[in-house]
Design a protein around this ligand. Structure first.
Ligand SMILES: [Zn+2]
Length: 214
């Protein structure tokens, strides 16, 4: 394994820092194995050399240390920037559970028994809780900041927080997901039946006796 452009970079590095004896160049060329092991690219080396150039080391032995330090710093800065960008991206995405409203619809605890969400009268009942995301917390904080007496007078109830609900129904994400899958399957099955109806007409029509010719 070698780094594309390494020999050229080594030559330029030697010239820039006055490391132009044969033994100096041999030393710089020998660093390549370490940079390969660290998966350093030529672009990283060029950037690192520029950083080292701002405060050129006096000793040969310090060059490699300075280069490694510059590469490490640049990688950490890049990693931090990527994390920040990812956090920003996630902050812009509406919350998965409340779609940004702050209120999450979850399986009603009364109808969850033995880790199963049971339908009642053919319907799956849900409860609305204050979401655990920023918006949900904001709503909750807003309600809690109202004086208890004022809340009582105005009939403002403190909603159940998703975290507290989760203690009662820890499997709620799986239950919601399962219900969603069932819904999709139902829609598909009905859609398929409708398609067949369109193609083959009424089932009863096919059961009508054929007119008997006299
Ligand atoms: Zn949310």
């Amino acid at each position: 394994m070698s780094i594309a452009g390494y020999a050229k970079w080594a030559g330029e590095y030697a010239t820039t820092f006055g490391l132009d004896r044969d033994s100096d160049i041999a030393m710089i060329l020998a660093w390549e194995a370490l940079f390969v092991a660290l998966r350093v690219t030529c672009a990283e080396l060029i950037a690192a050399a520029a950083v080292v150039g701002r405060n050129a080391p006096k000793w040969r032995s310090d060059h490699l240390i300075a280069l490694q330090g510059a590469i490490r710093d640049a990688r950490m800065a890049r990693h931090r920037a990527e994390l920040e960008a990812e956090e920003e991206r996630q902050a812009l995405q509406p919350c998965r559970w409340c779609k940004g409203s702050g209120w999450a619809s979850v399986p009603h605890p009364r109808y969850v028994h033995g880790g199963e969400w049971h339908p009642f009268g053919g319907a799956f009942y849900t409860a609305v809780v204050a979401c655990s995301c920023g918006k949900g917390r904001k709503i909750m904080d807003g309600i809690l900041s109202i004086d208890t007496e004022v809340r009582r007078k105005k009939g403002i109830k403190v909603p159940l927080a998703l975290e507290d609900y989760s203690r009662t129904v820890p499997d709620w994400p799986a239950l919601l997901l399962q219900r969603e899958r069932e819904r999709v399957a139902e829609r598909r099955a009905h859609g398929y039946a409708k398609e067949l109806d369109k193609t083959f007409g009424q089932v009863l029509a096919r059961l009508k006796p054929e007119p008997v010719p006299f």
